[in-house]
Structure formats: structure tokens, C-alpha cells
Design a protein around this ligand. Structure first.
Ligand code: CO
Length: 293
């Protein structure tokens, strides 16, 4: 996979016809640092709101440093391209940054867990870091949930952003979930949440636990009214359809059928200041490894 990535990266350099980019940057007198934010991507206006907020907070933490974006989802990139909005892939964005003379680049993952998307990003960054005469230094900031310390921190930050609960009320959070082993972070986070609030339930769309476990817990806790919220950086397709959609197989559909009254709040974690602060902490940690000043 790493080899494949290297071939891809080197191939791209040749393809763009910018052989000069591979040889220009290392001998510049002053370093040119940059930040690349990498998200899955979204085509929803609600999602864009989260990314804009995130970018604003990053720029506040790193004044004067250029911030660029890349999306890992090719489906989203193609959809946006049809609307005339061109967001590059991570490989393309980094090749362009090389071409533009950046010497030190901090790549920050906007992913929630270190799953497949993050591992791909690790390989891309690794590919660029071994490229002869490429960037002087390139580093990668970890996703929201990565070290053991992130788990209670994220739980606390999340709880600050949840509505307060009257008797008989609860919250169902929808994480993305994955078949990757990193899915276990959701169960760890659920434990950390329960230490502080027993009425907050975290399930996933594509992993485990599912809505079935969440429904069972809601019943056991005698909850009647449920706030439905995404536990994803953006309130995009999953939030609008799988969580709060009117179909019978959405969380709203399933829970309504089971007698719960549902109250969706479509706000991504990328819009929550305390959560974004944790991502930015990870970026600061990575940025420090660039060894500038
Ligand atoms: Co998905």
C-alpha cells in the first residue's frame, strides 16, 4: 500500500509536469509553512458551516499561516466539481503545495477515529515525507479520538454541547462506525459519557453498537423524549437521512415506531468549540514537530 502511494505521488509529480516542484523547495532561504486540513468532505450547506467554523478556529490558533483543504471522498469531490467547486484530494493538494513552494506542512485529519480514511492519509503523508527534495518536513495531526487521554476529554467537550435533560429525556448520538478495529473507540467513548451522564447513548450507522442497542438502552432508562444528534464532524447526509430522515429505517423512524418522541438537532462536532479545540490541540502537537523557530 505504501509503495502504491509512493508511485501515485511520484506519478502525480510527473503528470502535472512540474518536475521543478520536486527540486525547488528545499533550498529556499526562508521556510514557508502551511496547514492542510483533510476531511471526508460534504456537499451539504450544514456541513460547510462546520468546516468554515473549523477553519476560522485554526486560523485563530495559527495566525498568518496559510490553510488549505482536501477531501478524501472522491464521490463528494466529483459532486462538488459539477457545481464548479474544486476541492482537491490529499495527494493533489500536497503536490500543489510543493509546487507553490511550501517547505513545512502540517496535515490535520478531521476524522473522528483512526480508521481506514486516516490510515490512507498516513500513507499519503509518509509518501510525501520520503520524496527526494520534496518538503523539508511534513507531519500529520491525529484524529479527534486517538490517544487514551482523548476519550475522557472528548466526552467532557461533547457533554458541554448537549442540551440539558429533564426527567424522561435522553440523547441518542449517531457516530459513523466502521468495520475497522478503530470502531472500538465508540464503546470507549460511551463508557466515558456514562461516567458523567447515564442518559446519553452513542450508536453508529455502519459499525457497532447499532440503533438496536441504543433503542434497548433508551427503553431500559424509561426515556420518552429523545434528542437525536450526529456524532460526526458535519451534519451531512447521514445526519439528514439516516438519523433524522422520514423513512421508516432512519433512527427517527425506528425510534418513533417504538414509541419515542424524537427531537433532531442537526449540528456536527466540527461546529462545537470545545471539540474543535481538541482537534486543534492535535494540530499544535503535530505543528511543533515541524521544528520551526
Ligand atoms: Co458513510
Amino acid at each position: 500500500m505504501l509503495k502504491k502511494c509512493l508511485v501515485l505521488v511520484l506519478g502525480l509529480c510527473l503528470f502535472v509536469g512540474v518536475s521543478s516542484i520536486c527540486f525547488a523547495s528545499k533550498h529556499k532561504h526562508s521556510p514557508k509553512p502551511g496547514i492542510l486540513l483533510v476531511a471526508f468532505g460534504t456537499s451539504y450547506p450544514d456541513g460547510k458551516r462546520a468546516y468554515s467554523f473549523f477553519e476560522k478556529e485554526v486560523k485563530k490558533a495559527f495566525p498568518g499561516i496559510e490553510v488549505r483543504w482536501a477531501y478524501t471522498s472522491s464521490i463528494i469531490r466529483h459532486k462538488l466539481a459539477k457545481e464548479g467547486k474544486n476541492i482537491p484530494s490529499p495527494v493533489k493538494a500536497l503536490a500543489q503545495m510543493m509546487s507553490d513552494g511550501f517547505t513545512h506542512v502540517a496535515v490535520q485529519s478531521l476524522h473522528t477515529i483512526p480508521g481506514e480514511e486516516y490510515e490512507y492519509l498516513e500513507q499519503v503523508v509518509e509518501g510525501f515525507s520520503v520524496m527526494p527534495k520534496g518538503f523539508t518536513k511534513i507531519v500529520l495531526g491525529t484524529p479527534l479520538l486517538y490517544s487514551v487521554h482523548d476519550i475522557p476529554k472528548v466526552a467532557d467537550a461533547l457533554l458541554k454541547n448537549l442540551p440539558s435533560l429533564k426527567k424522561g429525556w435522553g440523547i441518542a448520538l449517531m457516530g459513523h462506525g466502521t468495520g475497522h478495529r478503530a470502531n472500538s473507540y465508540y464503546a470507549a467513548l460511551q463508557y466515558a459519557l456514562w461516567l458523567k451522564n447515564k442518559k446519553v447513548f452513542l450508536g453508529t450507522v455502519e459499525g457497532w453498537p447499532t440503533i438496536r442497542e441504543v433503542r434497548q438502552e433508551l427503553k431500559q432508562h424509561k426515556i420518552k423524549d429523545v434528542y437525536l444528534m450526529p456524532f460526526m464532524s458535519v451534519a451531512g447526509d447521514h445526519a439528514h437521512n439516516d438519523l433524522a430522515g422520514d423513512e421508516s429505517d432512519s433512527w427517527k423512524g425506528i425510534l418513533s415506531k417504538a414509541g419515542f418522541k424524537c427531537h433532531p438537532i442537526l449540528k456536527g462536532t466540527g461546529e462545537m468549540k470545545e471539540i474543535v479545540e481538541i482537534w486543534i490541540e492535535h494540530l499544535k502537537h503535530a505543528y511543533a514537530k515541524l521544528g520551526l523557530k
